[in-house]
Design a protein around this ligand. Structure first.
Ligand SMILES: NC(=O)c1ccc[n+]([C@@H]2O[C@H](COP(=O)([O-])OP(=O)(O)OC[C@H]3O[C@@H](n4cnc5c(N)ncnc54)[C@H](OP(=O)(O)O)[C@@H]3O)[C@@H](O)[C@H]2O)c1
Length: 235
């Protein structure tokens, strides 16, 4: 039998900032950014390596983000690396609850793709189709992330994907086994609060054997923050 060629998937990086108690925002979700200028520079440096930047519906709804490459020097860096000047943007929204009025849709510099499922109602889909370049249904009740990423690779040429949370989306990406790198900034703050989300929410795992293993690749203290890079073990 001829060998089936391995399906190509983008290389997936996640970048998150968390407090010393592992929170990514406060209980009321009012705080959207709490890292230093160095942390912001790391985010932009990672975006400058990525063909596309992805975020979950609540992250896009609650924050005034545009998910773009930022200042001109990062756009120049992208072009030097052979990437498009502006990265593609992807929003994950199982039920298409992301608001069409969210800030991200007001910035027209690059296409926005919304990944959703057949749970999404027609009215919501219509509203999103008016503001996004494409609304792609990638599953019945849940997004099949492997399928979605294969499509992004093949149809959109996405070879490196940066995911910027939030916690619910991160958990799904880890459970799908498609995360290659985790960039984590630990900020010297404590938020507390049982309801305040951490970097991986969702359903999680019940057994140690089911935990997603990580390999610590780099660790740097800059100012009052700690910058960690973990890699998924090679199989
Ligand atoms: N500190 C940081 O680095 C950082 C980074 C990012 C975000 N944040 C903060 O984190 C908070 C948001 O995090 P969050 O966990 O509440 O929300 P999130 O992951 O940004 O978004 C949740 C929504 O995304 C969609 N989604 C999530 N997982 C999915 C899956 N497996 N399949 C399909 N759709 C999925 C769903 O949309 P539907 O409802 O449409 O189904 C869900 O309601 C915000 O307060 C934000 O400021 C912090």
């Amino acid at each position: 039998m001829p060998k089936v060629p391995k399906q190509k998937l983008p290389y997936v990086m996640i970048n998150m900032a968390m407090t010393a108690d592992g929170k990514i925002t406060t209980t009321n979700r009012a705080i959207s950014s709490f890292g230093s200028r160095q942390d912001r520079a790391q985010l932009l440096a990672l975006r400058a390596k990525a063909d596309a930047v992805m975020a979950g519906a609540r992250t896009v709804d609650l924050n005034r983000v545009n998910l773009g490459p930022g200042p001109a020097r990062y756009r120049r860096l992208r072009k030097k690396r052979g990437l498009a000047e502006f990265n593609l943007r992807i929003i994950v929204s199982r039920s298409a609850t992301v608001s069409p009025d969210a800030e991200v849709f007001k910035h027209r510099f690059s296409p926005i793709i919304v990944l959703t499922t057949r749970r999404a109602g027609k009215r919501r889909l219509r509203a999103l189709r008016a503001v996004a370049e494409e609304v792609k249904v990638c599953g019945a009740k849940e997004i099949d992330f492997r399928r979605a990423l294969r499509w992004l690779y093949k149809a959109r040429g996405i070879k490196r994907l940066l995911c910027e949370g939030g916690g619910e989306l991160n958990d799904a990406l880890f459970r799908a086994g498609i995360v290659n790198e985790l960039h984590l900034t630990i900020c010297p703050l404590m938020f507390g609060g049982r309801e305040a989300p951490t970097i991986a929410e969702g359903t999680g795992v019940a057994k140690l054997a089911a935990a997603f293993p990580l390999v610590l690749k780099a660790m740097r203290g800059i100012g009052t923050e700690l910058f960690l890079v973990y890699e998924a073990p090679r199989t």
